[in-house]
Design a binder for this molecule. Structure first.
Ligand SMILES: [Zn+2]
Ligand SMILES: [Zn+2]
Ligand SMILES: [Zn+2]
Length: 441
């Protein structure tokens, strides 16, 4: 199959990728396995370190006590990449290095093991930007600490000479390797967009950012699939969003500057088009919601669901009542209320909040977007569980329209969604046939 993308120099942005031919909405543009990847520390107990699937019970590596696997097959296949890592992890116990340090080390282990496949067709590790020269001192200091951690982690198992021989010249300094990794790694998420790990996909690091991109990335295990969400003309630049776009222009720009070292001049940023909608309502009304958010995010991070739900529902039913649903702060709070209600098994409440968000998501995501599809699917599942079957079928159909484009028809989530729709249809059939029987009697 001819590649649908090619490297080019994007005016004002440096390297980029563009369409090599006409690409249709929903089309798979590119698929890539990572050069290196690892499961996030915070999920290391729940996700297989080889295939990245979520499992209730996992086998634990008896040596490092950290790596976990679905079964012995996954464990055996992972061993070639885990062998050196295992010893390093064991040496450092009880400390566990951060995700970016483990990822950087895995890149080195991979390069030391020439039998492993490479995925650097369009772009190499050497080509990656470290942005060290434009970085603030404070950020550089943070990275230096990670670099020292990397050296300590590798110390017993990998000699300096080996590192030097494996890595291209510009990556041999631990600091520059860490800087390249943190600027260029992708978060690997599951079909429902929950973060499960980090990975480096060199060719796709060439993709530039746009706050309203024409492509999205969805993962299957560790494989990254890039799909078009709009029709794309030959030679048109391909873009993704590096960040969650549901925020104000000022906040998006700040985040992109801090994390990725550039100022976004996409159409959405230059026009500030959605900001008015995000700030809709009277400021004196939504201000208390805005001010409460950091505290509520803290409760969410601590998984304190009872306190989170109580706070959200109290604010939403008082001040929140006078704020339009489109308001960004109200939307964020409503989303947190859904999370908390689901964790506490308050299904009716979760559904009430969920249904409120759907018309708003539709406005903020005019193109097919995984976040929108997943939200529809969550609400559909609640409707189905609470036996609002007709509503559920309708919501699942809307989700399907998006998910089949963003995730593709073969993705496990799409299959799951088709099954849910089938269940709804057969339940509705049963209901109508039992109504007919009652009428006949
Ligand atoms: Zn597995
Ligand atoms: Zn191990
Ligand atoms: Zn932008």
């Amino acid at each position: 199959m001819a590649p649908k993308l090619e490297r080019f120099v994007s005016p004002g942005k440096g390297n980029g990728l563009r369409a090599a031919a006409r690409i249709q909405r929903g089309e798979l543009v590119h698929s890539a396995e990572p050069l290196a990847c690892c499961v996030s520390n915070k999920l290391s107990r729940h996700v297989c370190h080889h295939c990245f699937s979520r499992q209730e019970t996992l086998l634990r590596c008896s040596q490092c006590k950290m790596a976990r696997y679905c079964n012995t097959t996954c464990q055996k296949q992972a061993w070639i990449g885990h062998k050196r890592e295992c010893k390093c992890l064991k040496n450092l116990l009880p400390r566990i290095p951060t995700d970016s340090v483990r990822l950087a080390a895995r890149i080195i282990f991979g390069l030391l093991n020439p039998s492993q496949s490479r995925s650097e067709e369009l772009f190499t590790l050497e080509d990656h930007e470290s942005h060290l020269s434009s970085m603030s001192e404070q950020k550089k200091q943070g990275l230096s600490q990670l670099a020292s951690m990397l050296e300590l982690y590798l110390q017993q198992e990998v000699s300096d000479l080996e590192v030097t021989s494996a890595l291209p010249p510009s990556c041999q300094e631990p600091l520059s390797l860490i800087a390249k990794v943190t600027c260029n790694c992708f978060t690997i998420s599951d079909g429902e967009l929950q973060e499960i790990g980090v990975g480096l996909y060199p060719s796709l690091s060439l993709l530039n950012h746009d706050c309203r991109p024409n492509c999205v990335m969805v993962f299957v295990g560790t494989k990254l699939n890039l799909r078009a969400v709009r029709d794309i003309n030959p030679e048109e630049e391909l873009t993704i969003s590096y960040i969650e776009t549901l925020s104000l222009t000022e906040d998006r720009r700040r985040q992109l500057e801090d994390q990725y070292h550039f100022t976004c001049h996409c159409q959405l940023c230059d026009s500030q088009e959605k900001d008015g909608l995000m700030l809709s309502g009277n400021e004196s009304k939504w201000c208390p919601l805005k001010e409460a958010l950091p505290r509520l995010e803290g409760l969410k991070a601590e998984s304190d669901w009872p306190a989170l739900l109580e706070n959200c529902s109290q604010l939403l039913s008082t001040v929140g009542d006078d704020v339009p649903d489109e308001n960004l702060y109200k939307l964020k709070m409503t989303d947190m209320a859904i999370d908390a209600s689901i964790h506490l098994g308050h299904w009716e409440e979760a559904l009430g909040y969920g249904e409120k968000t759907l018309p708003v998501y539709r406005q903020y995501y005019p193109d097919p977007h995984p976040v929108h599809g997943v939200q529809l699917m969550r609400v559909g599942k609640l409707q189905h569980y609470l036996e609002h079957i007709e509503d559920a079928l309708d919501t699942f159909k809307q989700a399907f329209k998006i998910i089949k484009l963003t995730h593709g028809v073969d993705h496990p989530m799409t299959t799951d969604l088709l099954m849910k729709m089938e269940e709804c249809r057969s339940e509705l059939d049963q209901k109508s046939s039992s109504c007919l029987r009652i009428e006949e009697n």
